[in-house]
Design a protein around this ligand. Sequence first.
Ligand code: MG
Ligand code: MG
Length: 261
Amino acid sequence: MPKIYYKSVEEIELIRESSLLLSKTLGEIAKVIAPGVQTKALDQLAETFIKDHGGVPAFLNYSGFPYSLCISVNDQIVHGFPSEYVMQEGDLVSVDCGVILNNYYSDSAYTFPIGEIDESRKKLLQVTKECLNLGIQKAVAGMRVGDIGFAVQEHAEKNGFGVVKELVGHGVGVQLHEKPEVPNYGKRGSGIKLEEGMVLAIEPMINMGKAGVKFWDDGWTVSTIDAKPSAHYEHTVAVKKGKADVLSTFDYIEEVLRQKN
Ligand code: MG
Ligand code: MG
């Protein structure tokens, strides 16, 4: 889609339904993710749960991607393959999921702490989630795409973390990846003006160390250049006047994580 596609109110409600199924899918992942579990078990669970609820896994076969989830462990940033890797206490595991429901796409990601994690990793998760929320606060009609990027970048760098620049957020809803691109860096007041009808996947990817990335020979996996860990949180968000409308939710995940602790 070469141009920005502005959604009707009815279409945004359909994207909300898709996002809700996606959010519930990540809630199911939260129930089983733990030390000793293989990451491919999460992929199988997600595929089954999405299909059982009338949806289609949006990532499966997208440009040839072979799984329903992207699962990126520790220094992997995004687009990792589910595998026979057995998750270990102390890992950070980013789970990125896309759903198609009634032809409408949603996209959301959450970085899970596996068992007890150290303080530096806790801080990375907290700051990355704060970056997402600060970005979402700018997804308001009249602001610009650069305002989102500026908010994310400023908060990450203030905390000494590296902002991934090679991969960006995007419009979403009628396709998985639409215009505009939503970088996690930028200048205040720059870029395309945000208007009602725009639905954005806002997705800070924040590295504990250097900002640089490596692209793997598998054609998909992206990892940090310095092998330090990375975190990734993502919501599907409708631009509104006054306040952004966040269509996906971490409530299902966080309810499960609270009960585990
Ligand atoms: Mg995603
Ligand atoms: Mg995305």
